[in-house]
Design a protein around this ligand. Structure first.
Ligand code: GTP
Ligand code: MG
Length: 202
C-alpha cells in the first residue's frame, strides 16, 4: 500500500464507544505513558510540526483522537497514562474508555506501544503491553527518544525493554526518535504492511 502522509485529517475526539468509527478501514493504535511522545511520533510519521496536538481536546478530559491518513487508514491516539497529577475519577474514566476500546476486537489492526528508550518500562507500560497481548492482534513497540541515548546504551536498553515487557518473539521493537526522524521509515513500513493485510481481507 502506498500511503500519502501529506493527506491527513483530524476526524474526531471520541469520549466513548458511540464515537468510535465503524467503517472497515484499518486502525493503528498508539498507546503510551503521558509525555512519552505519542503525539510527537504521530507528527513525525506525518512530517507535521503540531498536527496531533492540534487535534487533541484541550483540558483534562480523556479522549481517543482519530486521524485519517490518505482516506486509507486511521491513526488512533489513545489517551496517555501514568500522569501523577490525575484524579482517581480521571483514572477511572481512562480505564473505562480504554477497556471499551479494547473490548471491541474489530477496532485494532495494529497496536503501537510507545516506551521511553532511556528507561526500564514502568508497571503501567507492562499493563498496557498485556492489553495488546490479549488482543491477539499484531503489535509493535516503539522505543522513542533514542536521540537521548549514547550509542553504547542502545542495545542494552532495547534488551531491557524486551525483557521487562516479556515481548513474544514476533513483536518487534522499533528504535525511534520523533525529534530526529530515526525509525520513521521502518514504522511506516510496518503500518502500511499491516494495513494492507487488513484491506486484502475485507
Ligand atoms: P500526552 O499527550 O501528554 O500524553 O504526551 P505525549 O505522549 O503525546 O508526548 P508529546 O508528544 O507531547 O511529547 C512530550 C515531550 O517529549 C515534548 O516536550 C516533546 O518535544 C518531547 N519528545 C517527544 N519525542 C521526543 C524524541 O524523540 N526526542 C526528544 N529528545 N524529545 C522528544
Ligand atoms: Mg499527546
Amino acid at each position: 500500500m502506498s500511503l500519502n502522509t501529506q493527506k491527513v485529517e483530524f476526524v474526531r475526539s471520541a469520549s466513548g464507544p458511540k464515537d468510535f468509527p465503524r467503517e472497515s478501514l484499518p486502525q493503528v493504535a498508539f498507546a503510551g505513558r503521558s509525555n512519552v511522545g505519542k503525539s510527537s511520533v504521530i507528527n513525525r510519521l506525518l512530517n507535521r510540526k503540531n498536527f496531533a496536538r492540534v487535534g487533541s481536546a484541550p483540558g483534562k478530559t480523556v479522549h481517543i483522537n482519530y486521524f485519517l491518513v490518505d482516506e486509507k487508514l486511521y491513526l488512533v491516539d489513545l489517551p496517555g497514562y501514568g500522569y501523577a497529577q490525575v484524579s482517581q475519577a480521571e483514572k477511572d474514566r481512562w480505564a473505562r474508555l480504554i477497556q471499551s476500546w479494547f473490548d471491541d476486537p474489530t477496532l485494532m489492526t495494529l497496536g503501537v506501544l510507545i516506551v521511553d528508550a532511556r528507561h526500564k518500562p514502568t508497571a503501567n507500560d507492562v499493563t498496557m503491553a498485556d492489553y495488546f497481548k490479549a488482543t491477539g492482534k499484531p503489535w509493535v513497540v516503539v522505543a522513542n527518544k533514542l536521540d537521548k541515548l549514547k550509542k553504547s546504551e542502545i542495545e542494552p536498553n532495547l534488551a531491557l525493554i524486551r525483557e521487562t515487557l516479556a515481548l513474544p518473539d514476533g513483536v518487534e521493537i522499533v528504535p525511534f526518535s520523533a525529534e530526529k526522524g530515526t525509525g520513521r521509515e521502518e514504522l511506516l513500513g510496518l503500518i502500511t504492511a499491516h494495513a494492507e493485510g487488513r484491506s486484502a481481507q475485507t
